[in-house]
Design a protein around this ligand. Sequence first.
Ligand code: FBP
Length: 548
Amino acid sequence: MVKSALQIARAAYQPKLPKALLGAVKVKEGEPTQSVADQEAIKNLFPNTYGMPLIQFEEGGEAVNFPAINVGVILSGGQAPGGHNVISGLFDGIKKLNKDSKLYGFILGPGGLVDHKYMELTPEIIDEYRNTGGFDIIGSGRTKLEKVEQFEKGLEIIRELGIKALVIIGGDDSNTNACVLAEYYAAKNYGVQVIGCPKTIDGDLKNEMIETSFGFDTACKTYSEVIGNIERDCNSARKYWHFIKLMGRSASHIALECALQTQPNVCIVSEEVEAKDMSLDDVVTYIAQVVADRAAAGNNFGTVLIPEGLIEFIPAMKRLIAELNDFLAANGDEFNQVERSKQREYIISKLTPENAAIYASLPEGVARQLSLDRDPHGNVQVSLIETEKLLSEMVATKLAAWKKEGKYVGKFAPQHHFFGYEGRCAAPSNFDADYCYALGYTASVLIANGKTGYMSSVRNLTAPAAEWIAGGVPITMMMNMERRHGEMKPVIQKALVKLDGAPFQKFAANREAWAKETAYVYPGPIQYFGPTEVCDEPTKTLQLEQAK
Ligand code: FBP
């Protein structure tokens, strides 16, 4: 296999571990825990894994002769930089316990466990993938592990391979399912431990004990590099407005972090749009006003960041989408009989007046997308909506109207971008390389200590890696009850951007200046070798959240 020079150099990088994990480890158990909300309901659903204590690992335990152990690992959901290092940390950890321990990887996500597709991860394979991006070592998938038949089918291969513990690397939903599985195996006394690891570039799996999900750092740095490049292009040609949509299914953590790194003229934060009950027109007016003000100062250029999930956070759009979903589920056949050129009018005639007015105001392409592209559950595929084009088209219309009224003099030439998949498999930054390795290694120590239903936790992340605090958090501690598909279900609480949190506050305090001035910051590409302030800086989000 041909390798790039960086790949070769990077393969030799030895990720840093917290001091406490370097030698024999002592376990410190805290007080019993409670779920973040709905304590009674969660306790009833998880009688075997509820209320367990927080675990912290400390230096100075006694060296024990540990028997060889077989462990299975699963990558679940969207790719995030550093997944290979979680696996290599786990591998090194179980080999340190006993050199005859074995690691099995289930192929293409949780489905691999159910369908008995697996491979043994040998030292040679692991060495190929150290410090590399991607999940291609075993592949990932989005099969949900939630049914008893799946748990039982999984158990067959677990027994066949003599697996004692399963590590599930995933986001909030996958870790919720990891906990359901841990509870099931514990209730049945199967003697199979299940440990989760916090993954997602979206950054929305975090709480007091999980400071950030892995991959967020590298993905945001990758996007910020290209946003910075665009800003510099923009400030060189001075003739385009760049509308950049950023991945992150729901929460706006990625857009906010990139804004803090690059200081664009506009960044929309979905959580604020929802909190202020803003309409689509309010968002458009805000952007158009920034464009008009810059034009008045002679600057017909700028950069706008838009979070992927925006549409679903605009309360009026949410209501429109809900009505459209219901209407088309019941009247899809009739709708499909309507001539294409009359479909828009047909929909408008069927909706309630409030939703009809919003639908009528949408550009043709978006209106069509809302009425056509539906997923297998009958829902609009919001992520397919090109919000960056929607907003720029609506801004152009508004500016044209203002021009007629003499309120705007300028030129508006938009360019559109979507950054998402580009960041998910980048070579992990030093931060993610170290963090992921530590998460995987921590998982091996949790397994060695017989724990199940825990998520691997590494904290104190703005300090040097040696001072990071490793341990485990009971997954039930992060849960609450939420309505999903019409039913109340126990789920890990999703962390949206907190409007009173330090990262948003910092952005809010500066955005007016960034809108007017051209205050762009150019972070440049991720650096792997060089001065620590260039190579090891954690995200602005973490730095602001943890500022003492
Ligand atoms: P996870 O939550 O599984 O980590 O995935 C996050 C994500 O990258 C989102 O940002 C994005 O909306 C989605 O996955 C895209 O999914 P897919 O890879 O199925 O297109």
